[in-house]
Ligand binder design. Structure first.
Ligand SMILES: *Cc1c(COP(=O)(O)O)cnc(C)c1O
Length: 372
């Protein structure tokens, strides 16, 4: 027996979520975003499962792209942050990749490099997020230079939204207007594609779909919208990763006594009172050393044999403790679902002051992955 924590990845649910994207965006092409090891799910396996359906893949670095090429993925692959130095541009062409160009330095690298074949360039406009991208003026100049550059096969124009999870945010309108106005300037538009929408915009803003949509987190079954925003009617996203482990110890803790480091949880009831019944605590082989969030608060939901239990006390590196409540007949070896099927990772994120993206990408190598 090995340490029992494992991540089960459902290819069927991944493919289902992809079909949700396809149904919502007829007429658009789909770049499946698989950066950061496919949001922690395994880039090669995820890209393999989506390869028959996706029009392109998006990654964060040359290394991530090469991993997919070496695994036989032959769709277009785009470096979403572009290259990080002059020597990478030749590799981009050698591996038949595409790249974002978001700044003057990257543009210069491209123009200064002789490539063995022209590459697809995704020219990025900053429409108000102020992270990556050219100003509208710089964008127009860059587009004009790319138009005649022999290194360029086709050129897509893209931008990225800062507040797409809140469709009513004012910035969305400003970003859309800046995008439209800039790419429609005479002499700028090459007609080879426009792209603005991530998962959240794809779900809520058909007017932002353009030619290419770039879903990431929703492919993995996570609702990208802010909690107060409802998912559109009929959208059914299914969890792709189920993180689970097993009970390795049981404790009976008298009222008033603490569990775990710092006694951050105490068994309810009055110390030594005859009426107070002790608490049943299950200790599980999972901790922040696996990627489970240390900041998960007391009460954070967990499933034991499919029934609800709650985190009790501080999560430690290899272990965490659960309050089984009144109802459990749990035994050592019983199955514990930390998130996934039956328990949305978004709920764990909420109890941990973070977002589902961080939890999924944080699951690390100590966890055994299996694919079904
Ligand atoms: C990560 C990323 C996406 C995907 O975003 P989600 O919110 O996960 O859908 C899309 N576009 C760019 C440029 C990205 O970096």
């Amino acid at each position: 027996m090995t340490r029992p924590i494992e991540a089960l990845i459902s290819r069927a649910n991944l493919q289902h979520n992809f079909t949700v994207v396809r149904r919502l965006t007829p007429g658009a092409r789909i770049m499946a975003v698989v950066k950061a090891n496919a949001y922690g799910h395994g880039a090669v396996q995820v890209a393999g499962a989506l390869a028959p359906f996706a029009d392109a893949f998006g990654v964060a670095s040359l290394e991530e792209a090469v991993e997919l090429r070496d695994a036989g993925i032959d769709q277009p692959i785009v470096l979403l942050s572009g290259v990080f130095g002059p020597t990478e541009m030749r590799e981009v062409a050698r591996y038949g990749l595409g790249t974002v160009i978001h700044c003057a330095e990257q543009l210069q690298i491209l123009l200064d490099t002789q490539l063995n074949q022209p590459i697809d360039v995704w020219l990025k406009l900053d429409t108000g997020m102020h992270r990556l991208g050219f100003t509208p003026d710089g964008f127009c100049r860059a587009a004009a230079r790319l138009r005649t550059a022999e290194q360029v096969a086709k050129c897509v124009f893209l931008s990225h939204l800062a507040c797409a999870d809140k469709p009513a945010a004012e910035l969305n309108e400003g970003q859309l207007t800046t995008f439209r106005n800039t790419v429609d300037k005479p002499g700028v538009r090459r007609g080879e594609g426009l792209s603005l929408a991530n998962s959240a915009a794809l779900l809520t803003r058909p007017d932002m779909h353009f030619d290419w949509v770039r879903p990431g987190v929703m492919l993995y079954g996570v609702n990208p919208l802010s909690a107060e925003v409802p998912l559109p009617e009929g959208v059914d996203l299914r969890p792709v990763m189920t993180l689970r482990s097993r009970i390795v110890a049981l404790q009976t803790v008298p009222a008033g006594e603490g569990v775990g480091y710092g006694e951050a949880w105490r068994a309810p009831g009055i110390l030594n009172a005859a009426s107070a019944s002790p608490s049943r605590i299950a200790v599980v082989a999972a901790g922040y050393g696996d990627g489970y969030p240390r900041h998960a608060r007391n009460g954070c939901p967990v499933l034991v044999n499919g029934r609800p239990a709650a985190i009790a006390g501080r999560v430690s590196m290899d272990l965490l403790a659960l309050d089984l409540g009144d109802n459990h007949q749990a035994k050592v070896g019983d199955s514990v679902t930390l998130w996934g099927e039956g328990l949305a990772v978004e709920a764990i994120a909420e109890y941990s002051e973070t977002i589902a993206y961080e939890l999924l990408t944080g699951v690390n190598q100590r966890v055994m992955f299996s694919y079904e």
